[in-house]
Design a protein around this ligand. Structure first.
Ligand SMILES: [Zn+2]
Length: 302
């Protein structure tokens, strides 16, 4: 064990009001005082962007723990190399950071946005991990764009590239199989198939309600009724609950169509209708497409 994993003293705890939540932010040592303050500001600002979904942070009592880690694991030399949510004894988000990287790189990094987005859903059984990872991967891009940290083109580019990687990953497995214990090399399928389902649901909700309903509004209702939750949910538990907020279901039909099917949800027609057109290396927007307006409703700057 190296020193920095032993010395775990909270020198810069900052219980503060962020997006209506009393976030308990702890920065572990060694990180110098000035950088620790900058990092706390970054955590608060990033937690604040999550309120661009439904006006508040999903858990009023979440703990955020920032852990210095300069070892070249996971994200190599990235500002934020790894993050995870743990839920025993209350929800806690751990962010492993390289304090030597400039603070601007923290703001450009999506890891914290992804981890905070996990708090919008309850803990799901392993088999349904494509839903938790997928919704977090969808919102990490949507929120980076809504908050102005990405240009909208970048968000759609990353979604589009993610879907392409997901499509190539273990096409012989169903979504539930790909997420099950012991399955290897299905990470891209797990992350991006769920993001594809999030996009399909979001577009259908917005389209059929003329913008009154969306994935945001449904998750708002989920938080009000059920989060944070101490129980372990299944995919159908969650999707039935989301449908219970709607006059006619969107989520269980998507579940029935895709969860136990091989291959990858077909998002290309929806991307085309949104005017997200893939050229050789970049996506390009076409504003004469039928759902082009929804693009900015989903990921436009707020
Ligand atoms: Zn995740």
């Amino acid at each position: 064990m190296v020193m920095d994993s032993i010395v775990l003293v909270a020198l810069f705890a900052a219980p503060g009001e962020v997006a209506g939540s009393a976030l308990d932010i702890e920065v572990r040592q060694p990180i110098d005082k000035q950088k620790a303050e900058e990092i706390i500001e970054w955590v608060e600002a990033t937690a604040d962007t999550v309120k661009l979904v439904y006006g508040r942070f999903p858990n009023k009592k979440a703990r955020i723990v920032v852990i210095p880690s300069t070892r070249n694991s996971w994200g190599g030399n990235a500002a934020v190399s790894f993050g995870q949510v743990t839920r025993s004894g209350g929800e806690k988000v751990e962010l492993y950071v390289n304090p030597d990287r400039p603070i601007e790189e923290f703001y450009a990094d999506w890891t914290a946005t992804h981890e905070f987005s996990h708090l919008m859903l309850p803990l799901l059984r392993q088999r349904y991990r494509w839903i938790s990872e997928g919704f977090a991967s969808y919102y990490q891009n949507v929120l980076m764009s809504r908050s102005g940290r990405y240009e909208p083109e970048m968000a759609w580019q990353r979604l589009s590239e993610g879907f392409a990687r997901g499509r190539e990953s273990r096409p012989e497995l169903t979504l539930n199989e790909a997420s099950s214990n012991g399955i290897r090399e299905a990470r891209m399928k797990v992350y991006w198939s769920g993001a594809a389902i999030a996009l399909l649901a979001d577009v259908e909700l917005r389209q059929r309600s003329g913008g009154k309903e969306s994935l945001d509004t449904v998750l708002d209702q989920l938080q009000s009724c059920c989060l944070p939750s101490k129980t372990l949910w299944t995919g159908p538990d969650l999707f039935r609950k989301l449908d219970s907020f709607l006059e006619s279901p969107v989520f269980m039909p998507l579940y029935r169509q895709h969860a136990n099917s091989k291959g990858f949800p077909d998002v290309i027609p929806v991307l085309n209708a949104l005017g997200v057109v893939k050229t050789r290396s970049r996506v390009r927007f076409e504003n004469d497409k039928p759902l082009a307006q929804l693009r900015s409703e989903i990921a436009g700057r707020r």
